[in-house]
Design a protein around this ligand. Structure first.
Ligand code: ADP
Length: 626
């Protein structure tokens, strides 16, 4: 019989498993049991939706058998089974999540994590087995097949006899080594412990013949060995238990096992709703962002059960995009078993549940914000960006849900603050919410405009993420206060007197400004004095709807459309440079133009904008210096 080769990526994973130094090898059993349970789910689902399929819930089970002499553990299920084609497809190639992993990283450390994180499934059995045989007969078909492999060499598939339907997986354990005692897995108590640890909530019985020594009948001290089939798992799904009967560590364990996370969740949310649509939900907020959260590969969604029967793994309709980081499940008797992916979106019950979950998640986050700021800060570090996108997306449709959950760095508090906190602290005369944009908090802190406003005692929000300003523009206002970018023109903190004084000063210098203006690019619309700067000589202010920050964001996108913010070059009226400029205006107009060019270049640099003609500018500086 011809030996077939594993697909190349599968082969690499296989090598990894065979030579694994992963210490937690016992998880192989969790993976096999989970596959068996999935296979039974599929058949059970069929039996409920297609009356031609005769399978009874009470008959479903997963059986484990140990044979010490042969060094084998056998996992038998009466689920849907696999035909030849499926054996080839499913066991000859590895699951996609693993494939993805190999494209992105490959250091040894990560190799170990991957086993925990992705649940590489079936192949993990090669950590402990030198040979794996899979006998399977698909439901409704007559022919059974045997898939067999001793690892990297490849595998064979041939016809075989099997009088049952479903799948039987026989592992022959490796010989013991100094480091690993594989014989442990031949011990019934060890297997019992592993099942209880990882597979307790599997909804089908996991049974095994247990050898127990019991007192002989009518005897006080004579024992005999009895073999009885026992069910090892509790079977009641964790979400169907009363919250008070479940320990935190049980929830954590369920989470880390089910979602292949190495860290406990930041928050566990349970919900038990009775009403128009009754459901139970068990949700988790991860304590770190998955590495692929912001990629196409990331799929949001909750596992959907109808009265304990799995309907689908990732029901996206249950979660809005901005809460897409939430993991968990929903179990509802009011969801029809026959619901198809296509009609989910219009399904009344699904929509009701989704709406109610959204409210619940929001409430929980608000509570966290109020009661455990440190936890919320950490949450926001991981998922805040998604909330801000949520405000901006869909034309701001969801901004009211999210506006109290977002935070920005505050110039006065030196930490992230909410809009509510900002507004509550606003000075009496302050009508608008001030913000400034930049790459980092430090860079914004050094912006000339920021310095001036801070000096006057106002709080400024620092926007460092490119989505930030777009989100605020979509919000438009918070509690009646509009937002103003302090690097854009329309900010007004002066008294009438100060305004008048500045105006007359600007009026007097009008001609000088015109000469200066003619020496720099056309995107500068105006030059004038300002009193809002403290130490810096100049700043660039945008005029109109496009701010300098937006210019940077949009121009960094891979489209041909480039935009330019219209700007005003503002000169600090209290800076010594003013005297110099006025002197040059009187005596040396050529020199005045040179100074203007240099000042403009400085303003652009401070804003983080490129200079079109750096050589000219450096020459000018040298010129002035000498
Ligand atoms: P995953 O379970 O993550 O898809 P696995 O490598 O564990 O990856 O399994 C690959 C596929 O093989 C499964 O998706 C399933 O279709 C099939 N399979 C595995 N075990 C069984 C089983 N006991 N009964 C039926 N099909 C199975």
């Amino acid at each position: 019989m011809k030996k077939k080769q594993f697909k190349s990526e599968s082969k690499r994973l296989l090598d990894l498993m065979i030579n694994s130094i992963y210490t937690n090898k016992e998880i192989f059993l969790r993976e096999l049991i989970s596959n068996a349970s999935d296979a039974i789910d599929k058949l059970y689902y069929l039996s409920l939706t297609d009356h031609k399929v005769k399978a009874k819930k009470k008959d479903f089970k997963i059986k484990l058998e140990l044979d010490k002499d042969a060094r084998t553990l056998t996992v038998i299920d009466n689920g849907i089974g696999m035909n030849e084609e499926e054996l080839e497809k499913n066991l000859g190639t590895i699951a996609e999540s693993g494939t993805l992993f190999f494209k992105t990283e490959n250091e040894k450390k990560k190799d170990i994590d991957v086993i925990g994180q992705f649940g590489v499934g079936f192949y993990s059995a090669f950590m402990v087995a030198q040979k794996i045989q899979v006998i399977s007969k698909k439901y409704g078909e007559d022919q059974a097949y045997l898939w067999e492999s001793e690892g990297a060499e490849g595998y064979t598939i041939e016809k075989c006899d099997y009088d049952k339907q479903g799948t039987k997986i026989i592992l022959t354990f490796k010989e013991d080594t100094d480091q690993d005692n594989y014989s442990d897995f031949l011990d019934q108590y060890k297997i019992d412990t592993i099942v209880k640890k990882y597979s307790n909530y599997i909804t089908y019985p996991i049974v095994m013949d247990m050898e127990r020594s019991v007192l002989k009948e009518n005897s006080k001290d004579e024992y005999e060995t009895k073999i009885e089939e026992e069910t090892l798992n509790s079977m009641i799904p964790i979400w169907r238990k009363n919250k008070k009967d479940v320990k935190d560590e049980d929830y954590n364990m369920f989470y880390t096992d089910t979602y292949h996370d190495y860290e406990n969740p930041a928050k566990v949310i349970t919900s038990n709703v009775e009403g128009k649509c009754s459901y139970k939900a068990l949700l988790f907020i991860p304590s770190h962002a998955p590495y692929d959260l912001y990629t196409k590969e990331y799929k949001k969604g909750l596992t959907l059960y109808s009265n304990g029967v799995l309907i689908m793994d990732k029901c996206e309709e249950l979660l809005p995009d901005y809460f897409g980081f939430v993991k968990g499940l929903v179990d509802s008797e009011d969801i029809s078993l026959n619901i198809s992916r296509e009609i989910l979106q219009q399904d009344y019950q699904v929509n009701l549940i989704a709406k109610s979950l959204e409210t619940k998640i929001k409430k929980e986050l608000e509570t966290m914000l109020k009661d455990d700021r440190e936890a919320y800060d950490n949450f926001f570090k991981n998922f805040g960006m998604q909330l801000k996108f949520g405000i901006y997306n869909e034309f701001g449709m969801h901004k009211d849900v999210l506006k109290d959950l977002i935070m920005f760095y505050s110039s006065s508090e030196k930490k992230l603050v909410t809009l509510k906190e900002y507004v509550e602290r606003m000075k009496k005369d302050q009508e608008k919410i001030f913000y400034a944009c930049g790459e980092t908090v430090d860079k914004i802190d050094l912006l000339p405009q920021v310095e001036g406003i801070k000096d006057k005692g106002y709080e400024v929000l620092y926007l460092t993420e490119y989505v930030d300003e777009f989100a605020l523009q979509m919000l438009m206002e918070y509690e009646g206060k509009t937002f103003v970018n302090i690097c854009s023109e329309n900010i007004d903190l002066d008294s009438d007197e100060e305004k008048k004084e500045l105006e007359s000063k600007n009026e007097k210098s009008k001609e000088m400004f015109e000469i200066m203006l003619s020496s720099i690019g056309t995107e500068v619309k105006e030059i004038r004095y300002t009193n809002k700067l403290k130490n810096h000589p100049v700043c660039l202010t945008s005029k109109g709807n496009v701010s300098v920050e937006m210019e940077k964001v949009i121009n960094s996108m891979p489209t041909d459309e480039k935009i330019k913010a219209e700007t005003i070059l503002e000169i600090n009226e209290n800076h010594p440079i003013v005297k110099k400029l006025e002197k040059l205006y009187k005596n040396d107009k050529d020199e005045l133009e040179k100074y203007t060019k240099v000042l403009y270049a400085q303003a652009r640099l401070i804003e983080g904008l490129p200079i079109e003609n750096p050589t000219e500018v450096t020459n000018l500086i040298c010129d002035i210096m000498s």
